[in-house]
Design a protein around this ligand. Structure first.
Ligand code: CP3
Length: 353
């Protein structure tokens, strides 16, 4: 074997990395957003041993085990680091907690002055358990499994920092951005710099590629999308690339259909995640010729199962098969989803055609 070409060397036999590099695979590789989570009995069992969700994220042995559970059970082509996008505010000095059944809670930033509570730079020391989790997972991951790290996009993370919780339409952050655009820009800039450092540290600890989740990009009008979603995500991808030229980067601008082709055209982005609402004929025509895509099974079709699930999986394969894509959901799997439905989905995705 040539030096440096060990099994599991980046890209050697990892199908998702091959697709991200532009190869068309049919059947496609597959993973699921939120694949480590409450629909798995083995997840609920270890989750019950942790004091809180954030403690769980910061306990490397538990977080590594949660990352690996869905790989052992289903053999997905990617493992995604078990953590949360909201560890970033935590590492800027805005503590986060998760109330059972209620979602995240932070002390909201209601005025520009409130930003002075945040540190100027991300404290990567606070996130040391995340990097330790990556090292533990890496040691146990099959050579063919792509290991994904991630962060939230600045707009999505900022929207929780401003509101202090999830809201139906991120109204508080949108109002803050209209009323105090300069202060909001400073917050976004700080998150861009912190996200670059954080993603680079994940790559250095051993992930193969990273995904940037912009779960709330769909609530912004065009110009606002450009300023608060498109530009910051581009800046993060460029910053990561400058330090790690080989890094593979997936952008997931959820519910931002009018902007998918513009995101795909970015030189710094290798793949565009599609949410449930993406029109696959338009994607095949306008987006896939530019970049590989990833998506977009409706988590509710997966929950429903039966004929609806079969039809939805077949439709995605039929529409996207001509060019590179990774099969995924359009958003995270929901806790009540039966395991048997996930198994059926995988059977259909992996079927030779
Ligand atoms: O995908 C994975 O399996 C990896 C881990 C992961 C989690 N959250 C674990 C989690 C990832 C990549 C995330 C991303 C995340 N977190 C996003 C972006 C993607 C999306 O879903 O839109 C957002 C917006 C968050 C913030 C967040 N975290 C919310 C709103 C909630 C509460 C809602 C819920 O599902 O309970 C969380 C908690 C959370 N993050 C859970 C998990 C498994 C559930 C908590 C628990 O197990 O008690």
């Amino acid at each position: 074997m040539e030096p440096g070409l060990r099994t599991g060397a980046p890209g050697a036999d990892k199908k998702i990395l091959r697709v991200l590099a532009g190869e068309t695979l049919d059947p496609p590789p597959v993973w699921m957003m939120r694949q480590a989570g409450r629909y798995l009995p083995e997840y609920r069992a270890i989750r019950a041993t942790a004091k809180s969700f954030i403690d769980f994220c910061y306990t490397p042995a538990l977080a590594a085990e949660a990352t690996l559970q869905p790989i052992r059970r289903f053999g997905f082509d990617a493992a995604i680091l078990f953590s949360d996008i909201l560890v970033v505010p935590d590492a800027f000095g805005q503590p986060v907690s998760f109330e059972t059944g209620e979602g995240p809670r932070l002390d909201p930033i209601e005025t520009p002055e409130g930003l002075s509570r945040l540190a100027g730079r991300i404290d990567l020391g606070r996130l040391a358990p995340v990097f330790e989790t990556i090292r533990l997972v890496k040691a146990d991951l099959p050579a063919e499994t792509t290991f994904l790290g991630f962060c939230g996009a600045p707009w999505t993370v900022a929207s929780y920092m401003i509101a202090g919780r999830g809201t139906p339409d991120q109204g508080p952050a949108r109002l803050f951005a209209y009323r105090h655009p300069e202060a909001f820009q400073r917050l976004i800039d700080r998150l861009v710099a912190g996200s670059i450092d954080y993603l680079c540290a994940q790559l250095e600890a051993g992930v193969d590629a990273v995904q940037i989740f912009d779960s709330w990009s769909g609530v912004l009008p065009g110009q606002e999308f450009r300023r608060w979603c498109f530009e910051p995500v581009r800046a993060i991808a460029a910053g990561v690339r400058a330090r790690h030229p080989e890094a593979r980067i997936i952008a997931f601008p959820r519910a931002a259909n009018p902007h998918l082709a513009a995101v795909a055209a970015l030189a710094e982005i290798d793949c565009v995640g599609l949410d449930t609402s993406a029109d696959l004929a338009a994607v095949a025509r306008d987006v896939q010729p530019l970049k590989p895509v990833q998506g977009n099974l409706d988590p509710l079709a997966l929950l429903a199962g039966g004929a609806a699930l079969d039809a939805a999986v077949r439709e995605i394969r039929a529409k996207l098969r001509g060019r590179p894509y990774v099969f995924n959901l359009g958003h995270g799997i929901t806790p009540p989803t039966p395991i048997a439905h996930v198994e059926r989905m995988l059977e259909l995705v992996r079927e030779a055609r």
